[in-house]
Design a protein around this ligand. Structure first.
Ligand code: PLP
Length: 231
């Protein structure tokens, strides 16, 4: 059966609105990142024509290829693990990097951003579940790392990102979203230079409703818009 992007997008937007209302939040404060990994350019263009403003990619090569074809009519978010040696390929293309997870990577982003006289916004990825398969720093490492990063002038931390473990019952993911929210409030109170806790990037196709109830304002949704991926 053909995938109906328009219908899927409509359903996701209605879901975002319903979850926001449930949490007494303004739906306008929640930004949808359409995750377009493995999705072809034609389909992405269709989504853009339907109002998608931000797309998320988890691989550098895919991001740059899509950028070459689609250009700047959409914003690009890097949401996947980023290797140091590939920062140079995306530094001038991304609106936000969700996956900052080490000081070494921060130094490389700083260097490349400085070269092009840009300040690059990044989220610190935190592994709140402690699952070994997940990237991100441990919650207790977040503050010491942010203190070091706060000295970098071309890298601006605007929030935190996490991936909850896949849960059959999404209620079971709530605790991880709560943990990220609590951590961001703790960091916010410290008033670190150059560190802002404006964004919480959490929630994917399976669990974005619960994430929104717990304070997410960036949700990264792929398969519920574009259908299941065949890798
Ligand atoms: C693939 C991916 C998503 C979206 O996954 P879906 O389950 O398809 O919504 C979100 N965040 C990251 C980091 C991803 O790699």
């Amino acid at each position: 059966m053909a995938i109906n992007i328009a219908e899927n997008l409509q359903i996701v937007k209605e879901q975002i609105e319903a979850s926001a209302k449930k949490a007494a939040r303004d739906p306008k404060d929640i930004q949808l990142i359409a995750v377009t990994k493995t999705v072809d350019v034609e389909t992405i263009n269709e989504a853009i024509n339907l109002g998608v403003q931000c797309i998320g990619e988890n691989k550098v090569q895919e991001l740059t290829e899509k950028y070459d074809h689609i250009g700047e009519k959409v914003k690009y978010h890097m949401i996947g693990h980023l290797q140091k040696n590939k920062v140079k390929y995306i530094i001038d293309k991304v609106e936000l990097i969700h996956s900052l997870d080490s000081y070494e990577l921060a130094l490389e982003i700083e260097k490349r951003a400085k070269n092009i006289e840009k300040v690059v916004d990044c989220l610190l990825q935190v592994n709140v579940s402690g699952e070994e398969s997940k990237f991100g720093v441990a919650p207790e490492e977040a503050v010491p790392l942010l203190k070091k990063i706060s000295e970098l002038e071309h890298l601006h931390i605007t929030g935190l990102m996490t991936m909850a473990p896949y849960m059959e019952d999404t209620e079971d993911a709530r605790i991880y979203f709560k943990r990220l929210k609590t951590l961001s409030e703790e960091i916010d109170k410290m008033n670190l230079t150059n560190i802002d806790m404006e964004y919480l990037s959490m929630g994917m196709s399976n669990d974005f409703e619960v994430a929104i109830e717990e304070g997410a304002n960036l949700v990264r949704v792929g398969s519920r818009i574009f259908g299941e991926r065949n890798y």
